[in-house]
Design a protein around this ligand. Structure first.
Ligand SMILES: [Fe+2]
Length: 298
């Protein structure tokens, strides 16, 4: 397939919008119509997209296969578009929640996301390589469009395993078992001041020990269950996926990852350059060996 011109390329990309995305059936059909009129798509294929257009979950490729028509080849989504779509999906996801933290983060997304996207892909990250797939397999059961947007954008992001915590304070398992990628912020693909939005992932069973930071922080966990507490040596609370957590400045918090990798959206809304600090507790050893949640063989 030869890609000709910007509009044609966008149409090829829209043709492969994820199934289930609200309005995607009609968008796919509109893209197919554009390509048909440009002489780039056959009437048979256009017809399949028309038939599937009223239902966002209807897969034109399955209909084409049933009619023994070769489906459309996939095209690579450009990095800037992949990142912009991920931010749109994150905002759409957050719009399903209320609360001061969600409103603050969404307000800053609206303020900054109009800027240009300058992808800054990093090297591969072993934590992401090992854990993003299982996390997205869980997420796509309920949020296929968001899972797809993360999957498509992830290779274009700079995933960082943060090494600034003192290793003896934060623990070896966390130090080598987490990664984050900024989407909006200083040095991120979309520039912002006093705001940082991104994705955060931690390997299964890892304890992110009690800590705090000056930045107010929204966590929107996309997987679960995971354990939480909001003060050293207070009881662990188990929260399922899709229950956001808002940490006010300097509020203590701790996360004990369950059987599925912890994948979350994070948003810091001020003081983003001031470092986090670990808060001592005497019960970390027990929490680090704890296994929470149901799992095979347990
Ligand atoms: Fe935090």
């Amino acid at each position: 397939m030869t890609v000709q011109g910007g509009e044609d390329h966008l149409a090829w990309i829209e043709l492969q919008l994820p199934l289930g995305l609200p309005g995607s059936g009609r968008q796919r059909y509109a893209a197919a119509m554009h390509l048909y009129r440009r002489g780039l798509l056959s009437a048979d294929i256009l017809e399949a997209y028309r038939v599937c257009s009223p239902k966002d979950w209807e897969d034109p490729d399955l209909l084409l296969a049933a009619r023994r028509i070769r489906p459309v080849e996939k095209v690579a989504v450009p990095a800037d578009r992949a990142i912009a779509r991920l931010i749109e999906e994150i905002d759409r996801y957050l719009s399903g929640f209320s609360g001061v933290g969600v409103a603050e983060v969404r307000g800053r997304i609206a303020r900054w996301s109009g800027g240009g996207v300058r992808p800054k892909p990093g090297k591969g990250n072993p934590v992401v390589d090992a854990n993003l797939g299982p996390a997205l397999s869980a997420l796509e059961q309920t949020h296929p469009a968001l899972a797809d947007a993360i999957s498509v954008a992830s290779p274009h992001l700079s995933w960082i395993t943060y090494g600034e915590y003192p290793p003896d304070e934060i623990g070896a398992a966390f130090l080598s078992g987490h990664a984050f990628a900024s989407l909006i912020g200083g040095g991120a693909p979309i520039h912002a001041a006093e705001f940082d939005l991104g994705l955060f992932i931690i390997a299964p069973d890892v304890l992110y020990r009690d800590h705090a930071h000056p930045a107010p922080e929204l966590y929107a966990p996309l997987t679960g269950p995971h354990g939480w507490r909001f003060g050293p040596e207070t009881p662990l609370v188990i929260k399922p996926a899709h229950v956001p957590v808002w940490n006010r400045p300097h509020a203590p918090h701790m996360t004990k990852v369950g059987p599925v990798p912890f994948l979350c959206i994070f948003g810091w809304t001020q003081d983003v350059d001031l470092p986090a600090y670990v808060l001592p507790a005497r019960d970390w050893a027990g929490l680090e060996s704890l296994k929470i949640g149901e799992r095979d063989g347990s």
